[in-house]
Design a protein around this ligand. Structure first.
Ligand code: ZN
Length: 208
């Protein structure tokens, strides 16, 4: 949703409801963890009122634990917190689960996947950032494909059901490389909203 026209969020949400996308990915930024401010909770609530797809909340904020209860009330399906923003990641993930939501952990491009090895059993989704978090429209970092491959091996070794989601610069050129490497979910913003026919672009990406 970061690439949507923020003055027309209802229209963007309604448009996406009618496409084959599986989740609505919303980037919440605080101007502290990342150098940008985007959606706050009132905007998330506004999207939630129109959304017919599960909400995937990506919290690029410090102290994400403060907002977990509110997000559960709003009806979020998945809450992803940043590894780099949590002093007590295990506690935060348990809090998300206790509120009945799926728990995700996002990692920045410079963070190795190995830091999650001992907590994979608590993680439903690892969100691999394939750009530096903060802004839409950035260039995909090619090394992300190798990170996905390593992470997939780690998940298979651990025997968990953890899914891999990739976020940042995903498009027709890299989608197949990512799913071949083990990605289960792809976040696309610019690729969808800049496409002449967003629904057709989603169908095309899902079919690659
Ligand atoms: Zn995101």
């Amino acid at each position: 949703m970061l690439s949507a026209d923020f003055g027309r969020l209802h229209e963007a949400t309604t448009m996406l409801n009618a496409t084959p996308c599986d989740w609505l990915h919303i980037d919440v930024m605080d101007g502290v963890f990342v150098p940008n401010i985007t959606f706050g909770l009132p905007a998330v609530e506004a999207v939630a009122r129109s959304a017919k797809k599960p909400l995937d909340l990506h919290l690029m904020i410090v102290h994400p634990e403060k907002f977990i209860d509110r997000l559960a009330e709003i009806g979020a399906f998945l809450v992803c917190v940043h590894y780099e923003a949590c002093d007590h990641l295990h506690r935060v993930l348990q809090h998300i689960h206790a509120k009945g939501m799926k728990a995700g952990v996002a990692i920045n491009p410079a963070t190795p996947v190995s830091v999650l090895e001992d907590i994979l059993y608590e993680i439903d989704v690892v969100l691999v950032m394939s750009v530096n978090p903060g802004f839409g429209g950035q260039q995909f970092i090619p090394h992300s494909v190798e990170k996905v491959r390593k992470l997939k091996e780690m998940i298979l070794r651990a025997g968990t059901q953890t899914l891999i989601e990739v976020d940042g610069g995903v498009n027709r050129q890299n989608a197949r490389l990512l799913t071949d490497a083990g990605a289960d979910a792809l976040v696309a913003g610019t690729a969808i909203f800049r496409a002449p026919d967003p629904a057709a672009e989603i169908t095309l990406l899902k079919g690659l």
